[in-house]
Design a protein around this ligand. Structure first.
Ligand code: GDP
Length: 285
């Protein structure tokens, strides 16, 4: 733990096909060319079967995966969301202790994992396409609200003009959300991973955020709050899994579930009975 905390933690999300892996290739190259060591942790909640196949990610970010300054690791999604966030958080700390400067946590912007990722990063980046509409891109309501910046991808060729239009529209839309506690106004930039145009703007914007929030103290406060929330989440999980071994408690739990389902008891009264059963089970163990 004393060796952690020196990296910048960046969350990157967006619908499949928006250009996340191509963007991370280009962005990663830009950072490693500046002498920064980067780690990319990818979470794909849909890849339960492959457990986030390493091969898949190697081919997705081919150049970066061969770059000695970069480390790419798919995080197996496991069965529960808590599992993803626990493992990912631990890998973030390990990467920090090993001296990585920027840690990117990539996720597909269609599920719940975005909230988990938002709660473990310093900056949350949403990648969007021009002219595809939020719903078409599978962007869940609430994700826009969590973002610190939107990157309109594929801003090259004929698409430049559409990207500029989308930039103005999203910038306007972001103004409608309440101001974030960091005091940072979310930005919208355009970038092309093909031409490299705008890639440096993305980093400049993030570096600006890092400077401002370091000076204001928000970066540190936010991380402390995230760590405390993680403690609570871990403790909740430990308690829950501990309950599994208390057989008497488990039988009362089944009974309470029936009573609540049959409307014999209110959920609150049943929960109180469960607490009593828990104390009794602990005492008798
Ligand atoms: P992901 O599913 O979000 O990781 O998206 P990919 O990075 O795999 O990109 C999806 C498709 O968009 C691929 O065919 C890419 O070649 C293409 N693409 C990605 N970035 C760009 C870009 O900057 N410009 C253009 N024109 N196409 C891009």
């Amino acid at each position: 733990m004393p060796h952690t905390g020196n990296s910048f933690r960046l969350g990157i999300t967006g619908a499949p096909g928006v250009g996340k892996s191509t963007f991370i290739e280009a962005f990663g190259k830009y950072l490693t060319d500046q002498g920064k060591k980067i780690a990319v942790l990818t979470i794909d909640p849909s890849s339960q079967l492959t457990k986030g196949s390493i091969l898949g990610d190697k081919t997705r970010m081919e150049a970066l995966s061969k770059n000695p300054m970069a480390f790419i690791r798919p995080t197996a999604s496991g069965n529960i969301l808590g599992g993803v966030s626990n493992k990912t958080r631990e890998v973030i700390l390990l990467c920090e202790a090993s001296g990585y400067d920027v840690i990117m946590i990539e996720t597909v912007g269609v599920g719940q994992s975005e909230v988990a990722v938002k709660n473990m990063v310093d900056f949350f980046l949403l990648l969007m396409l021009a002219g595809a509409g939020d719903e078409l891109q599978g962007i869940k309501k609430g994700i826009m609200e969590m973002t610190d910046a939107i990157v309109i991808t594929k801003a090259d060729g004929d698409n430049i003009i559409h990207a500029a239009k989308a930039q103005a529209e999203y910038q306007y839309a972001l103004h409608l959300y309440p101001e974030s506690t960091s005091g940072w106004l979310p930005k919208v930039v355009t970038a092309s991973a093909y031409t490299g145009k705008g890639i440096d703007d993305v980093w400049k914007m993030i570096a600006d955020y890092q400077n401002r929030t370091t000076t204001s103290g928000f970066l540190k406060q936010n991380r402390s709050a995230q760590h405390v929330a993680w403690l609570h989440a871990c403790f909740d999980q430990l308690l829950k899994s501990d309950l599994q071994r208390l057989k008497n408690f488990q039988s009362t739990l089944k009974k309470m579930e029936h009573d609540v389902a049959d409307q014999k008891l209110s959920a609150y009264a049943a929960a109180q009975n469960l607490l009593d059963a828990y104390y009794a089970a602990i005492k008798n163990q």
